[in-house]
Design a protein. Structure first.
Length: 256
């Protein structure tokens, strides 16, 4: 049985993944933004290995989340599930960054750098990442005119690229996953996707013994590998993005 940490796991796809993994006998550490949100876990909380708290929009909190996870010992897998979509007015600027960039890009990067490296890393992407831009100018949207849709697409290109870069740089088995447009709190009630199909790729990739390492770094939708944005597999862009994120955060990604 595996030990797995899932960000943003109070509700939606993160909770669905946690419930499925716990039912299968795995040890799961879940994450909530704060203790009030953790209360929404209800009875599920007693079935987890533990709960960590921290607002991933804030660098200090993200460091604290990593410290809490490391206190449990090395994870077998981490699922970077937390994310925000179409934040208005820069989604409230936090630590000098637009909230979309802070949660969707910086937090997965920081947690990857700070948490003891597991065997497997899974990053929640989106089909909208194909509309992302590979410019690294003003990554945190402090001077550009705010465009919530573009900020989201860019952030999902970033994590798709991050997954591919880590696979290339280390022996860690990684994946980026498009869960589809599903009716979660983020996706909204109009979403047409299947909620169960939205999380099965993450849980499968985190635990399955069927996965060949040759597919590490790939982009997936409903257990099928797909072609991502060309920049995600461009090694020069991968390196430039990581260098930019290291400069912003002051943390080194490192290797294996």
């Amino acid at each position: 049985m595996a030990r797995i940490f899932i960000t943003g796991s109070v509700d939606g796809l993160g909770r669905a993944a946690a419930e499925e993994l716990i039912a299968a006998g795995h040890d799961v550490v879940v994450h909530a933004r704060n203790e009030e949100r953790a209360d929404a876990l209800g009875a599920l909380r007693s079935h987890t290995l533990g709960v960590v708290t921290g607002d991933l929009a804030r660098a200090g909190d993200t460091h604290y989340v990593a410290d809490q996870v490391n206190a449990f010992g090395r994870m077998d897998a981490v699922i970077h599930n937390a994310g925000v979509y179409l934040e208005h007015d820069r989604g409230t600027t936090v630590d000098g960054h637009a909230r979309t960039f802070a949660i969707n890009t910086l937090a997965p990067f920081l947690l990857t750098a700070l948490i003891q490296r597991p065997e497997r890393l899974v990053y929640l992407s989106s089909g909208l990442h194909r509309g992302g831009t590979d410019s690294l100018d003003d990554l945190d949207w402090m001077t550009r005119p705010w465009d919530a849709g573009q900020a989201y697409a860019d952030s999902k290109l970033h994590v798709t690229t991050l997954a591919a870069a880590i696979a290339r740089r280390s022996g860690t088995l990684t994946a980026s996953v498009d869960p589809g447009w599903v009716p979660t709190r983020m996706g909204g009630p109009s979403a047409t996707g299947d909620l169960r199909l939205g999380h099965i790729t993450q849980t499968w990739f985190a635990t399955s013994g069927e996965i060949d390492r040759s597919v590490s770094g790939g982009y997936w939708h409903h257990k099928a590998q797909q072609r991502p944005h060309p920049s995600a597999v461009d090694t020069a862009f991968q390196d430039r993005l990581i260098e930019a994120l290291e400069a912003i955060t002051g943390e080194r990604l490192g290797g294996a």
